[in-house]
Each structure stands twice: as structure tokens, then as C-alpha cells.
Design a protein. Structure first.
Length: 152
């Protein structure tokens, strides 16, 4: 019987120790819940800040993109204007050459005219110029001949 009493006393001591451990853990639960609430509030605040920063960055990127688009548009307009201007100049040069050839055809006894003329063609699709160089022009009363030597 003494051993049963000793066993029961030991069991009571073990249960009291276990109870003390559980009371400590139960005391920690409200503290941990408070810390969890603080962390969740901080996370919500950080998420809000990140979203605001993303919106500012997106607006800045859009503004930069709009400026770049405007610069590209302005550049393309200038290229087009230059192309039209070059085309007009080329047309005027061709008219001038034609008038000179016609005037030379009217001059009797003129057998040969040699000269070098540079004609700027339109801008191609990549924006580079094509230049035809007319190396020699021969004119007589009966025929006109223009030889294109190189396309530069």
C-alpha cells in the first residue's frame, strides 16, 4: 500500500509540474496573439506602401514612354519633311539638267558635253540616302544619252 501511495504522490507531482508548464504556455498565448496582430498590421502597412510605390513607378514609366513616343514622332516628321524636301530638290535638279540638255540641243555644232552631276534619291525605308552619280552625259542633236556609273 505504501508503494501505491508513493506512486500516487509521484503522479500528483508530475501532474502539478505539467499544470505549471501549461499555465506558462497559456500565459504566452495572449502575448503571441498581440505580437501576431502587430506583425499583420505592419505587413498591411508595407503592402500599402509597396502598392503606392508601384503606382508612382508605373506613372513615371508611362510619362517617360510618352516623352519618348513624342520624340520619335517628331523625328519621323523631320525625316519625312527632309525626304519631301530632297525629292523636290531632285526634281528641280532634273528639270535644270533637262533644260540645259534642251538648250544644248538647240545649240548647233555641239557634239559632246562631259560633266559630273550628283542626284540624291529619296530616303529608303531605313532612312539612308541613295545617291546616283552621273559620270558622263553626251548630247548631240539627234540623241541624248545619260550613263549612270555608280549607285553610291
Amino acid at each position: 500500500m505504501q508503494s501505491e501511495v508513493d506512486l500516487l504522490k509521484q503522479r500528483i507531482t508530475d501532474l502539478e509540474a505539467r499544470k505549471a508548464e501549461l499555465e506558462v504556455k497559456n500565459a504566452e498565448i495572449p502575448e503571441l496573439r498581440k505580437k501576431l496582430a502587430e506583425v499583420e498590421a505592419r505587413n498591411a502597412k508595407l503592402i500599402k506602401q509597396i502598392m503606392e510605390e508601384n503606382n508612382r513607378r508605373d506613372a513615371k514609366i508611362k510619362d517617360t514612354t510618352d516623352r519618348v513616343d513624342k520624340e520619335i514622332d517628331a523625328f519621323l516628321v523631320n525625316v519625312y519633311k527632309k525626304s519631301v524636301s530632297d525629292e523636290i530638290r531632285q526634281c528641280n535638279k532634273e528639270k535644270t539638267i533637262q533644260r540645259e540638255v534642251d538648250a544644248q540641243d538647240d545649240a548647233p555644232g555641239l557634239a559632246c558635253i562631259t560633266g559630273t552631276v550628283v542626284i540624291v534619291n529619296n530616303l529608303d525605308e531605313f532612312g539612308s540616302q541613295s545617291i546616283d552619280k552621273i559620270n558622263s552625259c553626251t548630247s548631240t542633236e539627234s540623241s541624248r544619252e545619260i550613263e549612270v556609273i555608280a549607285n553610291i
